[in-house]
Write a protein that binds this ligand. Structure first.
Ligand SMILES: Cc1cc2nc3c(=O)[nH]c(=O)nc-3n(C[C@H](O)[C@H](O)[C@H](O)COP(=O)(O)OP(=O)(O)OC[C@H]3O[C@@H](n4cnc5c(N)ncnc54)[C@H](O)[C@@H]3O)c2cc1C
Length: 276
C-alpha cells in the first residue's frame, strides 16, 4: 500500500503536461511525470519517494509512437520495453530491453522511465549512447532536440518541468553489427553484474557499460584504446580497464576485482566478435 494520497493527471499534449507540472509544482505538490510507474510505485510503498500529484504521459500521442520517419527511428518515451522488443526495429535495443526485469514488468516499464529512473543500471540507455541518439525534451519553451550524450552525464539532466518526449536514432545505426552481453550474479533475470552494448560503426567499436560504475556510461577514451589497431588484444583491454572513468562497483553481487575479471572476459568477447 502507498502510505499517502496523490492526485492523478493524464494530459493529452506535451504543452499541457509541462504547464500542469509548473502549476502543481508552484502549489507545492512535488509533481512527478509518470511512465510505467514501476519505480514510482515501489519507491512510494517504501516511502522513498513522495508526491502529491503524478502526471501520466501515456495519454500524449507523441510519447507513444514507434516509427521510421525521415530516415530516423522515433520512439516515444511512453513506449514499453515489450513494445520495443516486439517491434525490434533496433536489434541491440530490442535485446537489451528483453533482459531488463521479467516479461510482466517489461510490459509496464517505459523507455523514458528507464532513462530517467533513479536505479543505477538504466540499461536501455546503452544502445542509445552508442548510436549517438537524440532526445526530444518537452519544456516550458516548447520542444528541444539534443544529443542524449549532451544531457546524459551519469543521469539525464532535465530542468524543472522538463520531460523526455521521444528518442531519435539515425537509420544507419539500425543495421550495424552489434553485441549485447549481460552477466548477472546467478539468475538470468536480475540486475546486471555488468551489461555492455556495442556496435561496429565505420570499422570502429562504439561501446557503453552498465553495472561497472554507479551509472551507465560511454567513454571515448575506452573506445580509443579498444580501437587502437597497433596494440594486441590484451593490451587494448588492460588499457580500457585501467581507464574506467570512476571507481568500479563493489557490492553483494560482486567485488570490484571480480567485476574487473568479468569485464576482461566480456571485452575479449567484444573484440573476438566485432573486430574481425
Ligand atoms: C523487479 C524489477 C527488476 C528490474 N530490473 C532492472 C534491470 O535489471 N535493469 C534496469 O535497467 N532496470 C531494471 N528495472 C527497471 C527500473 O528499476 C525502473 O523500475 C524502471 O526503469 C522505471 O520505468 P517506469 O517506466 O516504470 O518509470 P516510472 O516509475 O514511471 O518513473 C521513474 C522515474 O522516471 C521519471 N520519468 C518517467 N518517465 C519520464 C519521462 N518521459 N521524462 C522524464 N522523466 C520521466 C519519473 O518521474 C520517475 O522519477 C527493474 C524493475 C523492477 C520492478
Amino acid at each position: 500500500m502507498i502510505p499517502f494520497n496523490f492526485e492523478y493527471y493524464k494530459p493529452e499534449t506535451v504543452d499541457e503536461a509541462v504547464k500542469l507540472y509548473i502549476e502543481l509544482n508552484t502549489k507545492g505538490k512535488k509533481p512527478l511525470y509518470y511512465g510505467g510507474g514501476t519505480e514510482i510505485i515501489s519507491m512510494a510503498r517504501a516511502y522513498n519517494v513522495y508526491t502529491e500529484a503524478v502526471i501520466d504521459i501515456k495519454g500524449i500521442p507523441e510519447c507513444n509512437v514507434q516509427e521510421l520517419r525521415d530516415n530516423k527511428l522515433v520512439i516515444g518515451s511512453a513506449v514499453t520495453l515489450t513494445q520495443i522488443a516486439e517491434a525490434n526495429l533496433f536489434p541491440v535495443l530490442g535485446l537489451t530491453v528483453q533482459r531488463i526485469a521479467d516479461h510482466t514488468i517489461q510490459d509496464k516499464i517505459t523507455l523514458g522511465g528507464n532513462i530517467a529512473g533513479t536505479i543505477i543500471y538504466r540499461e536501455a540507455v546503452l544502445p542509445l549512447l552508442i548510436s549517438n541518439s537524440e532526445v526530444i525534451i518537452g519544456s516550458l519553451n516548447g520542444r528541444k532536440q539534443v544529443l542524449l550524450s549532451d544531457v546524459f552525464d551519469g543521469r539525464i539532466k532535465l530542468e524543472e518541468g522538463e520531460f523526455i518526449v521521444n528518442v531519435i536514432i539515425d537509420n544507419r545505426f539500425l543495421s550495424l553489427p552489434y553485441l549485447h552481453v549481460k552477466r548477472t550474479k546467478s539468475d538470468k533475470i536480475d540486475y546486471p553484474l555488468i551489461t555492455l552494448a556495442a556496435l561496429k560503426d565505420n570499422n570502429r567499436i562504439n561501446i557503453a557499460f552498465s553495472g561497472v560504475c554507479s551509472y551507465p556510461f560511454r567513454s571515448s577514451l575506452i573506445e580509443d584504446y579498444l580501437n587502437d589497431k597497433s596494440l594486441p588484444a590484451n593490451e587494448k583491454i588492460n588499457n580500457a580497464i585501467n581507464n574506467i572513468p570512476d571507481s568500479i562497483l563493489s557490492d553483494l553481487a560482486g567485488s570490484d576485482s571480480f567485476r574487473k575479471f568479468m569485464l576482461q572476459r566480456m571485452l575479449t568477447e567484444v573484440l573476438d566478435k566485432l573486430e574481425g
